[in-house]
Design a binder for this molecule. Structure first.
Ligand SMILES: NC(=O)c1ccc[n+]([C@@H]2O[C@H](COP(=O)([O-])OP(=O)(O)OC[C@H]3O[C@@H](n4cnc5c(N)ncnc54)[C@H](O)[C@@H]3O)[C@@H](O)[C@H]2O)c1
Ligand SMILES: [Zn+2]
Ligand SMILES: [Zn+2]
Length: 351
């Protein structure tokens, strides 16, 4: 089969690799029908995730059809359409028993396209298939469900739920890429009074408004701290700031955007340390949360998708076929020029 293979920082190719085989008794082999690229894949290609080694097949988001299952797999079988989630869960360890699948210590967690071969391929081996895949409900497209493999649970769990967004809150979302937009969509579910999107790119701020932000601030032109303070009640500041970029400046900005008792929910993947000005912050009763997505919200989000309360399809801006994978990476990585949010690839290019 063919797959996107990582060959060290800056190097990848769509090349021939051996077909995956069942290894453990709980594995499934899934034929990939729809797959996408994540901002985290771009971090890997920049060398920010050294645990990804030369020869690894990338990708941790897909919808596919089960071809084969190991003897321990009970709930999925050949022919089933499944969502392959970015997080695998052994289902048995302490963390999995608490719904914290991202921290699984039984061999799961974020492993696909990281520690084991991933989904940017014609087929993938999915470990712990019973507890790491979700059946695709009737009446929703593969493409919509694909958005639940990573971005929507990430924005909702690590942004909205960790940030404890309450009805009536003012929410600032820093970074309006797919993850920030997913946080905006997730925040809308709990009726905040105002969502303020902050980004350096005007096209991303336009998207943020289409996805439910009330106000966009370009922090390359305007000072977001004074703007947010001016538009909120005294003493000024957002109730929650969601960091969806992953650089020190934006994390530090979030700590300045919130009011006393406010929350900073960090979602971005950081490649280096960031500053925390405790000398100023200690007295303000603030909360800072971090997190790798667990995907415990996936069943909830699937219900919202089937009842049309969530429109996931609008994240998809570009379609490609598998043999155009390198072009898809270029378009996705040059989003300021291309306007790409999520790019979707299918074997024959059918959307
Ligand atoms: N915690 C998790 O479980 C998890 C899961 C998936 C992705 N992520 C991370 O979330 C982050 C966002 O992902 P994405 O796919 O949306 O990335 P992206 O690169 O598509 O979007 C980032 C956005 O931030 C904006 N930006 C960059 N620098 C900025 C600055 N200084 N001020 C304001 N805006 C700025 C960019 O213009 C862009 O719109 C990444 O770091 C990604 O790795 C985390
Ligand atoms: Zn991802
Ligand atoms: Zn586990």
């Amino acid at each position: 089969m063919h797959a996107v293979v990582y060959h060290g920082p800056g190097s990848k190719s769509w090349e021939e690799v051996p077909d995956p085989r069942l290894v453990d008794e709980g594995d499934a082999i899934v034929r990939i029908d729809t797959v996408t690229i994540c901002g985290t894949d771009l971090h890997i290609l920049k060398g920010h995730v050294p645990t990804v080694t030369d020869g690894r097949v990338l990708g941790h988001e897909a919808v596919g059809t089960v071809e084969e299952v190991g003897p321990d797999v009970r709930t999925v079988g050949p022919g089933d359409r499944v969502l392959v989630s970015c997080i695998s869960a052994c289902g048995r360890c302490l963390y999995c028993r608490g719904g914290r699948y991202g921290q699984c210590i039984g061999g799961g967690g974020w492993i696909l396209g990281h520690l084991v071969d991933g989904t940017q391929a014609e087929k993938v081996r999915v470990p712990f298939a019973d507890t790491s895949t979700y059946g695709v409900p009737p009446g929703v497209s593969d493409e919509q469900v694909l958005m639940l493999a990573d971005i929507l649970p990430t924005g909702y769990e690590v942004g909205v739920l960790n940030g404890r967004v309450q009805p009536g809150d003012v929410v600032a979302v820093v970074g309006a890429g797919p993850i920030g937009l997913a946080a905006i969509v997730g925040a809308r579910l709990v009726s905040p009074s105002r969502i303020i999107a902050i980004d350096l790119a005007d096209n991303r701020l336009d998207s943020a408004k289409q996805f439910g932000a009330d106000i966009g601030i370009n922090n390359g032109r305007d000072d977001p701290v004074s703007s947010v303070h001016e538009m909120t009640d005294a003493p000024g500041g957002a109730d929650v700031a969601i960091e969806a970029v992953g650089v020190p400046e934006t994390f530090e900005l979030c700590t300045r955007l919130i009011r006393p008792t406010g929350r900073v929910a960090n979602v971005g993947v950081h490649g280096g340390p960031a500053r925390l000005d405790l000398d100023v912050l200690w007295i303000r009763d603030i909360t800072v949360t971090t997190g790798l997505v667990d995907t415990y919200s996936t069943p909830t989000l699937l219900k919202l998708l089937t009842s049309s309360q969530l429109d996931a399809g609008r994240f998809v801006t570009h379609h490609f076929t598998f043999d155009q994978f390198m072009e898809a990476y270029d378009v996705f990585s040059q989003s300021a020029q291309t306007g790409a949010l999520k790019v979707v690839l299918t074997p024959d290019g059918a959307g």
